[in-house]
Design a protein. Structure first.
Length: 399
């Protein structure tokens, strides 16, 4: 799976914004308040709307009026994602459109939900799922590509409520191939809200396969890798030894009272010490490496400001780990204010968010002829950003 474009209309600062030609490693820069966190919230909103419903996902964010762009609460919110997804053994460019409107009674509903892609090399994309206000249809034999469009079987459906996503219900059935694949993709997105303080404490003995968004089960996941995926744990350990000077051993240990603790061995000390005595940067680097070496990689990772608590010298190393994850098939979205992190990137991987007339516009750094020329001459992106040369990016890209 790879998201290729995102279009956001009437969602907080994004009155009408687009990310196009999105790479597997996509890094967002911009001043505070330009919408970097809002973009990540779009991912979280889709995941919440799928897990619950549109009404509850919006209520979690203060309600429809708080989420809609300021001054436009009477207009619909519209999200459009284009992504490459394997369906019945073939990679397809799929488009998902979700349009949410405020109801006359104040309760939001799904005004339109469409999932479409081309069945062949030619022709317009075919709608395999199309719902409005709780009713619509889905195609049940979409994998039969030899059949003509009119030969496909259309199954009419009525949802329990107009604020439920059709991909939530239909996506649980194998016969709706595209809806099922898309539902699974969203369910496995990881939008990080990592807190070092929550990753430090030892935990009661238990079981956890995947790192939580807050990182509070880090010892349990480390223990799972240590016991069931030793090759992955060893890869994390080797990366720690390579990336963090002085760290030679990291291991989970069970205490006599049944609690799990992480123990770190520093070459400067004879005995290992537990996680609560290790620097924030060391814990955070270890958590990211555990996340990036999950045996079941996430199709999408979204991480805000990974530079916090990390030494500047570690940031190029971390960028390399994120890029390696992306090259193995995942997709990573990162927001940052760090010139050191940006210096490890190419202009193709950087998008700049900038406020204009109260709303945010998004441009790709590589679209700027000026930035590209400076980059080709050897200037690094972080230094160009620090000098303020990204400020005119949006204007320059439209020439």
């Amino acid at each position: 799976m790879q998201i290729e474009s995102i279009e956001i209309k009437n969602y907080r600062l994004f009155r009408d914004a687009k990310l196009v030609n999105v790479p597997r490693l996509c890094v967002l820069v911009g001043a505070n308040g330009t919408g970097k966190s809002t973009l990540f919230d779009v991912f979280s909103f889709l995941k919440d709307a799928l897990a619950m419903n549109v009404t509850k996902a919006l209520a979690k964010r203060g309600g429809y009026r708080e989420v809609a762009s300021r001054g436009f609460a009477h207009e619909p919110i519209e999200l459009t994602l284009q992504f490459r997804l394997e369906i019945t053994g073939k990679e397809r460019l799929v488009t998902y459109v979700l349009k949410i409107a405020p109801g006359a009674d104040g309760k939001p509903f799904v005004e339109r939900e469409v999932l479409r892609y081309k069945r062949g090399s030619y022709g317009a994309p075919f709608r395999f799922l199309d719902f409005s206000n709780g009713t619509g249809y889905a195609i049940t034999n979409e994998e039969e590509f030899s059949k003509q469009d009119e030969e496909l079987t259309r199954e009419e459906q009525q949802l329990d409520a107009p604020d439920i996503l059709a991909i939530k219900g239909l996506g649980q059935f194998e016969r709706f191939k595209a809806a099922s694949a898309f539902r699974l993709m969203i369910e496995n997105w990881h939008v990080s809200d990592f807190h070092v303080s929550e990753a430090r404490p030892s935990q009661e003995d238990g079981f956890a396969e995947h790192l939580s968004t807050r990182g509070d089960n880090l010892p349990l996941v480390a223990n799972f890798l240590f016991e069931h995926h030793r090759d992955r744990f060893d890869r994390v350990l080797k990366a720690m030894q390579r990336r963090v000077p002085g760290v030679s051993v990291v291991e989970p240990r069970q205490t006599e009272d049944g609690r799990l603790v992480l123990r770190f061995q520093d070459g400067s000390f004879k005995d290992p010490f537990i996680a609560r005595y290790v620097s924030d940067g060391t814990i955070k680097m270890f958590a990211y490496l555990v996340l990036l070496n999950d045996p079941k990689p996430y199709p999408l990772l979204a991480i805000e400001e990974p530079e916090n608590q990390l030494y500047p010298e570690l940031l190029p190393e971390l960028a390399e780990e994120f890029r390696d994850y992306a090259e193995r098939g995942g997709q990573v979205f990162i927001s940052t204010h760090s010139p050191d992190f940006l210096n490890a990137l190419t202009l193709d991987e950087i998008y700049c968010l900038r406020k204009q007339d109260g709303f945010t516009t998004i441009s790709r750094a590589a679209e700027s002829e000026n930035l590209q020329a400076l980059f080709d001459l050897g200037d690094l992106p972080g230094y160009l950003w620090k000098q303020g040369l990204f400020e005119g990016l949006n204007k320059d890209a439209r020439r």
